[in-house]
Design a protein. Structure first.
Ligand SMILES: Nc1ncnc2c1ncn2[C@@H]1O[C@H](COP(=O)(O)OP(=O)(O)O)[C@@H](O)[C@H]1O
Ligand SMILES: C[C@@](O)(CCOP(=O)(O)OP(=O)(O)O)CC(=O)O
Length: 204
């Protein structure tokens, strides 16, 4: 790993910034990447982590339930989006900075980018290391996973901010009839393995 970055993290060798619609499988895919690489090599960063923590604290809510995938989070989602947007307007890198604190692994996987400002923050801090990955699934598949259209959420920037204007480095199709995830993830895993081995060489 390279030398400390000065804001509580070490400089990463590779930053994979994931985005995708609700229930496209961002958590599923990023968890699989971490399992393949191991948690010593790969750290998962959730931009929504510090957002939920702060929101729960200010509103006297149950953080564990906001972090879970049940109906509690959905009850507060629209208001959390609005609350987070107010914070981002004042400081677009606010949640990115908090999410990167204390991350020590050489490969970072950001599981939930939603806005151009999220991508811009990582690209500007780590221009050589950042790669953007889109996870996509059909609406039919997302519905089978429990998604249904919610006005104020699915038509808001939180879900649509990266629908256009982004050149993704990788697109993963997370569907039953697509090539297997392992096959699609292979080049990304290879890149991550190369990055982490160069970090262990630079450490030794
Ligand atoms: N390839 C897959 N095979 C089986 N289940 C999947 C797959 N992708 C996603 N899922 C399931 O679909 C649901 C939504 O996936 P999740 O990763 O939480 O989506 P997101 O983080 O994009 O909202 C979860 O229950 C997850 O386990
Ligand atoms: C207010 C949010 O941060 C809530 C995100 O929660 P999750 O990241 O848990 O969401 P999904 O994986 O899509 O279900 C969205 C935002 O606009 O920042």
């Amino acid at each position: 790993m390279a030398s400390p970055g000065g804001w509580g993290f070490s400089v990463p060798e590779l930053v994979l910034v994931f985005s995708g619609k609700r229930k496209s499988g961002k958590d599923f895919v990023t968890d699989r990447i971490q399992r393949r690489l191991g948690s010593e090599v790969c750290g998962i960063l959730r931009l929504s982590g510090p957002l939920k923590q702060q929101y729960a604290q200010e509103h006297g809510l149950d953080l564990d339930q906001l972090l879970g995938s049940g109906p509690y989070k959905e009850r507060y989602r629209a208001d959390m989006i609005h609350w987070g947007e107010t914070r981002r307007l004042q400081d677009p890198g606010f949640f990115c900075r908090l999410a990167t604190r204390g991350i020590r692994q050489p490969v970072w996987v950001v599981s939930d980018a939603r806005r151009l400002s999220d991508l811009q923050w990582f690209r500007s801090k780590f221009p050589l290391q950042t790669q953007c990955v889109r996870v996509q699934s059909s609406e039919e598949t997302r519905m089978q996973r429990g998604w249904s259209f919610t006005a104020g959420v699915d038509d808001a920037e939180s879900e649509c901010g990266l629908d256009s204007g982004v050149q993704f480095d990788w697109i993963i199709t997370n569907e039953g009839d697509a090539p297997s995830l392992d096959e699609q993830l292979q080049p990304i895993l290879k890149l991550a393995e190369e990055a982490s081995s160069s970090s262990s060489i630079s450490r030794s």
